[in-house]
Design a protein around this ligand. Structure first.
Ligand SMILES: Nc1ncnc2c1ncn2[C@@H]1O[C@H](COP(=O)(O)OP(=O)(O)OP(=O)(O)O)[C@@H](O)[C@H]1O
Ligand SMILES: [Mg+2]
Length: 429
C-alpha cells in the first residue's frame, strides 16, 4: 500500500475516532442534564404532598383539641410541637422518596424566613445548606395570620447520586474507546510491519539473484572454455577450469544449503546430533578454511585458546557453521585489512568464545535488529558487501539450541565483538 494512503487513512481514522468520542461525551452530558432535571422535578412535585399530609395532621389535632373550631380556619395553625416531631416528618418524607425510588441521605426542616428560624429540623448543622441549596414548598398557604413558612429538603449527596447513574455508561464508553484505539494501533503497526517485511523480502530476492548469478555465469564461461578446442588439448587448462566449476558449484550448494537451513529453523525442525566436541578443533578447522579470504585482503586472524577444557556437548556441523558465520562477518565487514581476534575462556559452567574485529561496527539502534532473519544494515553503496542477512539469525538459533547465550559490543567505525557462551552440557530441564 502506498505510504501516503496509509497516512491519510490514519489521519481520517483518528479524526473519526475523536469525533465519535466528542459525540459520545456530549450525549452522556446531555443525559445527565436530563436526569438532573427529572430528579429536580420529581422532588419539587413530591414536597407539596408531604405538606398536605402535615396540614391534614394539624387539622386532625386541632379538631381533637377543640371540636368546635374545626370550621374556623382563619386562625393560626397550631404550633408544630403539638402535632409533629422531627422523626415523624423524617418518616413522612422517606415514605414519599421510597415511592420515587430515591434511596439517599437527606436533611429537612421547616423554616420561617421572616423570623429566620427553623421550627422543625433534622440536623442543626445543615441549616445553611438547607436554605441555600434545598428544595422548598410553602406550608399552610391559607394561614393568613402567620408569615410564610417553608418545608425544605436538602440532599448532601445529590451530585454523586446523579453521577453514579452515569458511571455505567461512562465506563462502558471508555472501555469501548480503549478497545477501538488499541485495535486501530495494532492494525496500523501490523500494516507497517508487513510493509517493512515485504521490503526486506524484496531486498533478499534481489540479493539472492545477484549471489546466484555470479557463480552461474562463471560456470557457464568455464564450460564454454572447455568446449574450446585449444583448451581441450591442454590437460592443465582443462583441470584449472574444472577446478573453477567445482569451486563455484560448492559455493552454489553452500548458498542453497543456507537458505534451506533457515526454512528448517523456521519450522522448528532443527535436528541436533550431540556428541563431545573439542571447540578448539572446530575453530582451527574454520580458520583453515577462511584464512585465504582474510589474507587476500592483507588481514590476520589471531587466536588465543585460553580455555583449559574446550570440550562441550554439541552438534559438530552446526557449531562449525556458527563459528564460520561469525568469522565470515568479521572478515566481510572489515573493509580494510581485517584484524580478527578469537579468544576462548572457561567459566565454571562452559566456554566463552569471543570474536573481535576492527571493521565498520554496528550502531546501537541496529544492534537489536541484526539477529532478525533477513535483516541487513543498509551501508549505502560505500561498502557493498553481499549477503542474505541469514547468518546471524542462524547463529542465534544454534546458540539457543545449545542453551547458550550470545551478545555483542560494537561501535561504528571502531569494530565489533561477539561473545558466545556455550555450556559444557545442556542443563537438565
Ligand atoms: N562483524 C560485523 N561488523 C559489522 N556489521 C556486522 C557484523 N556482523 C554482522 N553485521 C551486520 O549485521 C547484518 C546481519 O548479519 P548476517 O550475518 O545475519 O547477514 P549477512 O552477513 O548480511 O548475510 P549472510 O551471513 O546471510 O550471508 C549484516 O548485514 C551486517 O550489516
Ligand atoms: Mg553473515
Amino acid at each position: 500500500m502506498n505510504r501516503r494512503i496509509i497516512i491519510l487513512t490514519i489521519v481520517v481514522m483518528t479524526m473519526a475516532l475523536i469525533g465519535l468520542m466528542v459525540i459520545q461525551f456530549y450525549w452522556i452530558r446531555n443525559t445527565s442534564v436530563v436526569r438532573e432535571n427529572a430528579f429536580k422535578r420529581s422532588i419539587t412535585e413530591m414536597l407539596p404532598k408531604v405538606v398536605k399530609k402535615i396540614e391534614r395532621m394539624e387539622k386532625k389535632k386541632a379538631t381533637e383539641v377543640n371540636p368546635n373550631e374545626g370550621m374556623l380556619s382563619f386562625t393560626r395553625h397550631m404550633s408544630y410541637e403539638t402535632f409533629l416531631t422531627a422523626s415523624h416528618l423524617d418518616s413522612l418524607v422517606r415514605q414519599e422518596l421510597t415511592v420515587l425510588g430515591v434511596d439517599m441521605k437527606f436533611e429537612f426542616g421547616i423554616y420561617n424566613p421572616q423570623r429566620n428560624i427553623f421550627l422543625v429540623e433534622s440536623n442543626p448543622e445543615s441549616k445553611q445548606d438547607l436554605i441555600e441549596k434545598g428544595y422548598a414548598a410553602r406550608m399552610f398557604i391559607g394561614d393568613i395570620f402567620t408569615s410564610p413558612e417553608y418545608l425544605l429538603i436538602y440532599f448532601p449527596r445529590e451530585k454523586q447520586f446523579l453521577l453514579t447513574e452515569q458511571w455505567g455508561i461512562l465506563l462502558i464508553s471508555i472501555i469501548l474507546i480503549i478497545v477501538i484505539v488499541y485495535s486501530f494501533t495494532y492494525t496500523i503497526t501490523t500494516i507497517f510491519r508487513q510493509k517493512k517485511l515485504s521490503e526486506i523480502k524484496n531486498d533478499f530476492i534481489n540479493n539472492m539473484t545477484h549471489e546466484f548469478k555470479t557463480p552461474i555465469s562463471t560456470i557457464s564461461l568455464a564450460c564454454e572454455a572447455l568446449n574450446d578446442r585449444d583448451v581441450n588439448k591442454s590437460t592443465e587448462f582443462m583441470q584449472s577450469y574444472l577446478n573453477i566449476i567445482q569451486e563455484e558449484n560448492k559455493r552454489l550448494a553452500g548458498m542453497a544449503e543456507k537458505i534451506l537451513q533457515t526454512a528448517v529453523i523456521e519450522k522448528g525442525q532443527l535436528k541436533m546430533k550431540r556428541e563431545q566436541i573439542n571447540l578448539h578443533d572446530v575453530i582451527a578447522d574454520v580458520i583453515k578454511n577462511i584464512r585465504i579470504q582474510v589474507e587476500i585482503k592483507d588481514g590476520v586472524i589471531r587466536r588465543f585458546f585460553r580455555a583449559e577444557n574446550p570440550v562441550i556437548s554439541g552438534d559438530r556441523v552446526h557449531l562449525t557453521n556458527l563459528v564460520y558465520n561469525l568469522l565470515d562477518n568479521a572478515n566481510k565487514y572489515s573493509p580494510k585489512k581485517p584484524v580478527i581476534t578469537i579468544r576462548t575462556e572457561n567459566t565454571s559452567s562452559g566456554i566463552v568464545l569471543t570474536i573481535e574485529d576492527h571493521g565498520i561496527g554496528i550502531s546501537k539502534s541496529e544492534q537489536k535488529k541484526i539477529f532478525d532473519k533477513l535483516y541487513r544494515v543498509h551501508t549505502g553503496n560505500i561498502h557493498e558487501v553481499r549477503g542474505f542477512g541469514l547468518g546471524l539469525s542462524y547463529v542465534k538459533a544454534i546458540v539457543e539450541e545449545h542453551k547458550g547465550k550470545i551478545s555483542l559490543e560494537s561501535e561504528v567505525n571502531k569494530g565489533t565483538t561477539f561473545k558466545v557462551f556455550l555450556p559444557f552440557n545442556e542443563p537438565k530441564e
